[in-house]
Design a binder for this molecule. Structure first.
Ligand code: PEP
Ligand code: MN
Length: 338
């Protein structure tokens, strides 16, 4: 960290601050300016935030971190991560991974129709919520374990991996018995107790970006999974809250480019929550492919008009087929197998 001192300090005052830096376990290097001096504190600051305490000294103007706060999630830590789920490899330029299915699991008929449609178009995973994080307590909350059982049955019937959300720490073991990838939703993206418990199952974690989370906070949430000993994290951009109301959220494709630059973790895009409108999903999927994202999480419903949640944003099987057919030129442009 860099400790910026107030202007006009006497040499003895500067030495006093340097001595405090040394007391905290860092090597102080004083750079004397004509008006103002700074002290560079040499040492690994990622695990030692204690230098911030120097900001309370009368001689100190500000304490500026130099290193990034995430360590394991950082690109500096390792080469591109490939997450393997049910034999499918995700990340590091491997085949574009499409995870598709309804917002909520509603019935066997609905789920199987969605599974059949997404499998026919080449999706590798079936998505579907059995535990739903609804804004209102009066809305459909999901089928719970019965929904998980239907997902498992669809996995067997259609040979698809299962991605499903775990909402609460108490349900981690239950959901982990049925899922191939555990989804942590936007509302829980900084629920570190839940994230750590999910990480400890060893299953891959699909970590949505919190709707009000900065890129750094998102990567620090991923850091919780990695720090719990689970290297299998897939980041998922799903849109953030902005002043814009034309779309449900603002899909932040810039953040996809940013996390790909900052981190070795695979990144997928959820255009469904990202814009909340079925008529825009195809364009956003093309954009995600062109950005070299590692895959998509898309809501597909056999009859969106009758969906029990997120009806406006779910694409029907015909639109999903059109979407899948539109992707190859964009994938080729970034040199990725479809
Ligand atoms: C979902 O995928 O259906 C969902 C609830 O997502 P999010 O947590 O991004 O809102
Ligand atoms: Mn949804």
């Amino acid at each position: 960290m860099i400790i910026v001192l107030k202007p006009g300090l006497a040499a003895a005052q500067i030495d006093e601050v340097a001595a405090e830096v040394a007391k905290l376990g860092y090597e102080p290097r004083v750079i004397r300016g004509e008006v103002q001096s700074v002290i560079a504190a040499i040492g690994d600051e990622r695990t030692h935030q204690n230098l911030q305490s120097l900001a309370t000294l009368a001689e100190v103007e500000q304490v500026i971190p130099v290193q990034k706060r995430y360590k394991l999630a950082s690109r500096e830590a390792r080469g591109d991560t490939v997450v393997k789920a049910r034999g499918v490899e995700i990340g590091a330029g491997k085949a574009f991974c499409v995870m598709a299915g309804p917002c909520s699991v509603e019935s066997r008929e609905q789920l199987f129709a969605a599974a059949k449609a997404v499998k026919a178009q080449g999706a590798a995973f079936l998505r579907g919520g059995a535990f739903k994080p609804r804004t209102s307590p009066y809305e459909f909350q999901g089928l719970g374990e019965a929904g998980l059982q239907l997902l498992a049955a669809a996995r067997d019937e259609f040979d698809l991996g299962v991605v499903t959300e775990v909402l609460a720490e108490k349900d981690v073991d239950l959901v982990a018995r049925y899922a191939d990838i555990l989804q942590i939703g936007t509302r829980n993206a900084q629920n570190f107790g839940l994230i750590t418990a999910a990480a400890k199952t060893g299953l891959p974690i699909l970590l949505k970006r919190g709707m009000a989370m900065k890129v750094e906070e998102w990567l620090l949430a991923a850091e919780y999974v990695l720090a719990a000993g689970n290297p299998n994290v897939i980041l998922c951009e799903r849109g953030i809250r902005t002043f814009e109301t034309y779309t449900r959220n603002t899909l932040d494709l810039g953040a996809v480019a940013a996390v790909k630059r900052e981190s070795h973790l695979p990144v997928v895009v959820d255009p469904s929550q990202g814009c909340g409108r079925a008529d825009m999903v195809v364009e956003l999927c093309k954009a995600a492919a062109a950005l070299n994202a590692d895959g998509l999480l898309i809501e597909v419903h056999p009859n969106p008009a009758e969906a029990w949640s997120d009806a406006a944003q779910q694409v029907d099987p015909a639109r999903f087929a059109a979407l899948m057919a539109a992707l190859p030129p964009f994938l080729r442009a970034v040199g990725r197998p479809a």
